[in-house]
Design a protein. Structure first.
Length: 318
């Protein structure tokens, strides 16, 4: 007959291995329970990229996106005169005043038909100040081409280049800012939708005038007077140009960066490590084999991921 000690030992031998198997799953569930409200953010910010069988975890940059148009006002990138830039665009301007920050914004020039230089100036300035956007990524989509990568530029350099090439835009913005925010640009961080709408409206008033020439059918895409574009209403001229790839390169010059992680599927671990290591920017673009823009990833996080896998150490040592 078994003694009490033998029975106890047998039960311990049976249950201890089982409890050991359950400890780790239980711990994971406990961690997930306490971190449940952060999980959607974490899932949205990380992605795994494979390079020749080496899987690395990169942190995705947060992109600002907007529809830029509605049925009431039309497209605010190319049209809408100052007098109409009020209640009709409030839903669009609300995206500018929502809490939160972003890493970059994409600009698709659509073959030179999607953006006026004046609208790029005002919207990039406001979003950089109000939403903390650090980079602007330029792509081109037209015909069968979709989001062909052109390059990217940091917010400060973009604004300086636009101001240098179009000083009247900087002057109009400064006057509009003093009108709506006498205390200065820092007020944009806490600005409400109506204040931002008023700022854009005042800015447009400073660079628009009535068109008194002969109306020309289909002239809304033409430069009627030197440096002035006729808006779709065919009665308003705006001091601007349409942004095509040549105009973009003229404005940004060497400041626009084309460095990117390209053709990742065929990139060796060593080349990928070198690319990340040598990058001095906060973000770097990822392109597919067709030179189409895919995403921006956080360089610092990528370096940590590569170091974790031993890639940076090997690369530096070699």
């Amino acid at each position: 007959m078994e003694s009490t000690q033998e029975i106890h030992t047998r039960y311990m031998d049976t249950w201890i291995p089982l409890l050991q198997e359950l400890v780790w799953p239980f711990t994971i569930l406990l961690i997930l329970f306490f971190l449940r409200k952060y999980i959607p953010q974490l899932l949205g910010r990380t992605t795994k990229i494979g390079a020749l069988g080496v899987e690395l975890e990169f942190e995705k940059a947060k992109e600002f996106s907007s529809t830029w148009s509605n049925e009431f006002a039309g497209d605010i990138r190319t049209g809408v005169k100052s007098d109409d830039f009020s209640s009709g665009v409030m839903d669009l301007m609300e995206q500018f005043s929502k809490a939160g920050s972003y890493d970059y914004a994409g600009i698709d020039i659509y073959g030179g038909k999607a953006w006026l230089t004046s609208r790029l100036f005002i919207f990039s300035t406001i979003l950089s100040k109000a939403r903390g956007i650090n980079y602007w990524v330029f792509v081109d989509s037209h015909d069968s081409i979709h989001k062909k990568f052109i390059g990217y530029i940091d917010s400060r350099s973009l604004r300086l280049q636009l101001s240098d090439h179009f000083p009247f835009l900087s002057k109009a913005y400064t006057e509009a800012l003093l009108e709506v925010f006498p205390e200065g640009e820092n007020s944009l961080k806490a600005a409400d939708t109506w204040q931002i709408t008023q700022l854009v409206q005042q800015f447009l008033k400073g660079i628009q005038k009535d068109y008194h020439g002969v109306r020309i059918q289909g002239a809304d895409r033409q430069e009627i007077e030197k440096g002035w574009v006729l808006l779709k209403d065919k009665v308003t001229l705006e001091k601007a140009r349409f942004l095509d790839i040549n105009e973009l390169r003229t404005i940004c010059g060497e400041w626009i960066l084309s460095d990117a992680i390209r053709n990742l599927e065929n990139t060796s671990k060593e080349n990928l490590a070198a690319k990340i290591l040598l990058c001095n920017e906060r973000l770097i673009a990822v392109l597919n084999p067709g030179n189409q823009f895919v995403d921006m990833v956080d360089v610092a996080h990528s370096k940590k991921s590569l170091m974790k896998n031993g890639s940076l150490g090997q690369n530096m040592g070699g």
